[in-house]
Design a protein. Structure first.
Length: 287
């Protein structure tokens, strides 16, 4: 058995891969049904569809963020019901540079599954490489033997992020667009700004103009400069709702900088508590 793909996989490598469990994670925050509509029009042969709101998130309470994580045991059982087997290669893709597929990649590592990768460049790269497509929804598969194992990644609750304002033990990285980080605009959440002390790394910075990820070497160079003296294991990632923060985690892991944590509730959970402090603006440039 060949070594599994654990971060990214190219369209050409996916085309040559046999027996992969392919998942279309396409989504649009402004139009929540757009991803499933696109899947029903055309998708990679054999791919199933998982919806960000219904499949990759738990119900919202108004205080737990816009995309809270589901119960891990229930999610593992759901994947087994869909036919996933232990050690089977999973390939997730979307139509937005991996911004939603990265969430499934992280969740699989959260369940202890190493053989999980994101299709580099997503649907666009697949089609550009001459990949075939289909519109028919695959027939239901026999249940698989997938089960939860010890987590390969860590998640932290809001209280740990709040404690960090005092302890300073972790570097907080915010994956949202700079103008949202600064509080200049906020199109989704009721409060603009960022967690005090957080640095900004817009997730789209990880991509090249064609929508594929930058090289391992370039990503490592950029994140090393951003982290300065921080160990990757002391970094907590977040975003608006725990989705695109996974994109930065994927980029760092692909660059060999593994071990960072995720704050799943992210800004949408943080700003829902009026007692949490909020910062605005951009940090001053270094002299």
């Amino acid at each position: 058995m060949s070594a599994p793909y654990t971060t990214l996989i190219s369209a050409s490598d996916l085309a040559a891969l046999k027996g992969a469990f392919i998942v279309d994670c396409s989504h649009d925050l402004a139009q929540p049904e757009a991803g499933q509509f696109a899947y029903e029009q055309a998708h990679i042969p054999g791919a199933i569809f998982l919806h960000l709101d219904r499949d990759l998130s738990a119900p919202k309470t108004g205080r737990n963020g816009r995309h809270p994580l589901p119960d891990p045991d229930a999610f593992a059982a759901r994947l087994a019901q869909l036919g996933l087997c232990r050690d089977q290669q999973v390939v997730a893709y979307d139509r937005a540079g991996g911004s939603f597929a990265g969430r499934l990649w992280w969740m699989l590592r959260w369940l202890g599954h190493d053989a999980a990768a994101v299709l580099d460049g997503g649907w666009q790269a697949w089609m550009a490489a001459g990949g075939v497509s289909e519109s028919a929804v695959p027939a239901a598969r026999a249940p698989g033997d997938f089960g939860r194992r010890p987590a390969r990644v860590g998640a932290v609750p809001a209280r740990d992020v709040l404690d960090n304002l005092r302890s300073g033990k972790h570097l907080i990285l915010d994956a949202r667009a700079p103008e949202r980080y600064a509080g200049e605009i906020e199109p989704i959440d009721p409060v603009g700004g960022h967690i005090p002390g957080a640095k900004n790394r817009f997730f789209q910075t990880n991509l090249q103009p064609d929508g594929t990820f930058k090289s391992r070497e370039q990503l490592r160079e950029e994140f090393t400069a951003l982290l300065e003296d921080w160990d990757p294991r002391d970094v907590i990632h977040h975003c608006g709702s725990g989705v695109t923060g996974c994109h930065n985690l994927l980029a760092m892991t692909h660059a060999g900088m593994d071990g960072s944590l995720l704050y799943p509730g992210s800004w949408s959970e943080w700003c829902a508590d009026p007692s949490n402090p909020v910062a605005t603006g951009h940090p001053p440039a270094k002299a």
